[in-house]
Design a protein around this ligand. Structure first.
Ligand SMILES: [Zn+2]
Length: 162
């Protein structure tokens, strides 16, 4: 990725495409790991540099892959955003563009990362089919169902049909 210190004075417009390799490199597995597994994001840069410092503006659009908070399967998120940073001359040398872009993308992610219509994964060892002898709902269970408005509606319907 092009760094500000490599640019000549003046205005510069350029694009970069971030791919899986970029996100793999940025995920350090520690505090700086925000769970982006991969993606494809187009970033457009507008940089202006002069004797005093530089301004770097960027806008990005694309998709990133994260883990669904509910089922832990891959989830594709469409992302879009923009950002701008102003730097004094002495800051340009140390400025890490890749890191800045990565942070901007992380900040654009939604707080909730779940598939639409996602069902939670069953905890390990839990099975759909209950192998224990079934004891039925019992009176308490029936009462619980009666408390459910949807069930009451159905019960009402059944009464009408009878
Ligand atoms: Zn999910």
């Amino acid at each position: 990725m092009k760094e500000l210190r490599e640019l000549t004075e003046g205005r510069h417009n350029y694009d970069e495409v971030l791919d899986d390799g970029f996100f793999e490199k940025m995920n350090d597995g520690g505090e700086g790991d925000f769970g982006i597994l991969g993606g494809r994001v187009r970033v457009h840069f507008e940089a202006e540099k002069n004797g005093l410092g530089a301004v770097l503006g960027l806008d990005f659009e694309g998709e990133v892959r994260v883990e669904c908070d509910r089922c832990s399967e891959d989830l594709e998120l469409e992302i879009k955003g923009e950002d701008e940073v102003k730097l004094a001359k002495e800051e340009i040398e140390e400025f890490d563009t890749a890191h800045y872009v990565y942070e901007s993308i992380v900040l654009s992610l939604p707080l909730k990362r779940v598939h639409e219509d996602c069902l939670p994964a069953l905890p390990k060892g839990v099975r759909f089919v209950d192998e224990e002898p079934h004891e039925g709902l019992g009176d308490g269970g029936m009462q619980k169902m009666a408390d459910n408005p949807e069930w009451s509606k159905l019960a009402g319907l059944r009464d009408k049909l009878e």
